[in-house]
Design a protein around this ligand. Structure first.
Ligand code: SAM
Length: 281
């Protein structure tokens, strides 16, 4: 008997929405229960495989009946069992309820949440970190995490009261990068203390920034890019902690760029000047 077959033998079949495990997973839609369980949900076979490859701890693998006999699904089931997790084979109705979607992915994984402690963010030469002040929108946060991954920056620091990086909406928007990009979080006070020892250039972006972002030399030292809240921009205390406040010139009538777009523009400029990376596309 192969490992995959042994795992299939340990799969629990679930068709009832009142099954306690199903209820627990459904509850992960709410932050309160994600925090209580210290868990979150990610949808899609590729994402689950990537997460396992990157060493994330899987607690439960849920797959649709249609996945029975699919070699890739059975392999993931075997890896889940080997990691001490639970495997559920569920009806379409249950999968729709868990994901709150009419056309759900065939596979859902429940993982333990994982933050990088801020004290362990110790940038070396050429490292780029992004700090987001009170980011509110899950789509923005997910898009920033995905962009940080794409440019080869090192990670994201969430400052103050932010949207949850492990919400279903944020995880969806990261397209899997949530598993590749370390995320730290800190109060504004703790961040400012940590920032004092930042060994490189700290740049904030600000609509009133005095410096055109294209004129800055980002090469040869760690860079911390600080982005402001969607409604209010950077508060004075965070703006004052920056070595430079940069502006992205705009034509037209828009009063600002979307936060994730502005972060993308900045990261590609920093990448062009400082992150000497192979292009894998
Ligand atoms: N009303 C807000 C304000 O007054 O700052 C707009 C915030 S904007 C939607 C969100 C963040 O994106 C800003 O705090 C800043 O970090 C960045 N941003 C957007 N457009 C920018 C620009 N043209 N130059 C520099 N930063 C910009």
């Amino acid at each position: 008997m192969t490992g995959n077959q042994r795992a299939v033998g340990r799969v629990k079949e679930v068709t009832s929405l009142s099954n306690p495990l199903v209820k627990e997973i459904k509850a992960l839609a709410l932050k309160k229960f994600r925090d209580q369980q210290n868990a979150f949900m990610a949808e899609g076979l590729k994402l689950v495989i990537d997460a396992l490859d990157l060493g994330w701890q899987i607690r439960t693998l849920v797959f649709a009946k249609a996945g029975r006999g699919n070699t890739a699904v059975e392999k993931v089931a075997a890896r889940t069992v080997a990691a001490g997790g639970t495997v559920l084979e569920v009806s379409e109705k249950v999968l729709c309820a868990i994901t709150r979607r009419d056309n759900p992915q065939m596979v859902v994984g429940v993982f333990s949440q994982q933050y990088l402690p801020l004290k362990d963010v110790r940038p070396g030469e050429g490292d780029v970190w992004v700090a987001l002040d009170r980011v509110r929108d899950p789509g923005n946060l997910g898009t920033v995490i995905r962009t940080v991954d794409a440019v080869g920056a090192r990670g994201v620091i969430l400052v103050g009261d932010t949207t949850d990086p492990f919400s279903v909406e944020t995880v969806r928007a990261t397209m899997g990068s949530i598993f590749a990009v370390p995320v730290a979080k800190a109060s504004a006070e703790a961040f400012l203390v940590w920032r004092r020892n930042f060994p490189g250039l700290v740049v904030g972006t600000h609509l009133k920034g005095a410096v055109d972002y294209r004129t800055v030399d980002f090469a040869g030292r760690p860079v911390l890019l600080l982005m402001g809240n969607e409604q209010q921009g950077l508060p004075d205390e965070l703006a004052a902690s920056c070595d430079r406040l940069l502006r992205i010139p705009q034509a037209g009538r828009a009063d600002s760029l979307n936060l994730a777009v502005a972060t993308g523009v900045m990261l590609y400029e920093i990448r062009r000047k400082a992150l000497k990376l192979e292009d894998r596309t």
